[in-house]
Design a protein. Structure first.
Length: 138
């Protein structure tokens, strides 16, 4: 099992902004990008050009989930604003957790959501496998 990067994005999000946010998040927690197996988001963002391009640049498949499914995920940082805009109180955290669960594992949030001007990112993996994904020596 490997890592899932969850993203939330405003319409028109800049590809470079989102890609930089994803890269910085993985670097900040010392997780190897090659361990990521998918980029996950709310279903309506799987056609967003910036999100699609980041997934393509990094060679990750893109997974989308309906807002109602994401709303069932328990997250540490729900947002009333996000709920009003998308129908779920979390996109990045909930999508990352849901995608790990879809792969048959109990998820743990490895990085709570981080934000830029137009995007959020979170990272999840399976419980018990966290140390296996960290870079050796740093």
């Amino acid at each position: 099992m490997s890592l899932i990067v969850g993203v939330g994005a405003r319409p028109g999000v800049d590809t470079d902004e989102l890609d930089a946010l994803v890269g910085a998040a993985l670097t900040a927690i010392g997780l190897a990008p090659e361990r990521v197996v998918a980029l996950a988001t709310v279903d309506r963002r799987v056609v967003e050009p910036g999100v699609v391009e980041v997934a393509a640049r990094r060679g990750w498949p893109l997974a989308g989930y309906p807002a109602l499914e994401l709303a069932r995920e328990a997250v540490p940082h729900p947002s009333a604003l996000v709920r009003a805009a998308t129908g779920t109180p979390s996109v990045a955290e909930a999508a990352a957790l849901r995608a790990v669960r879809d792969r048959g594992a109990e998820p743990v949030l490895l990085l709570a959501k981080r934000a830029s001007g137009a995007a959020t990112v979170a990272v999840a993996g399976p419980v018990g496998d966290v140390d296996a994904y960290r870079h050796h020596g740093g």
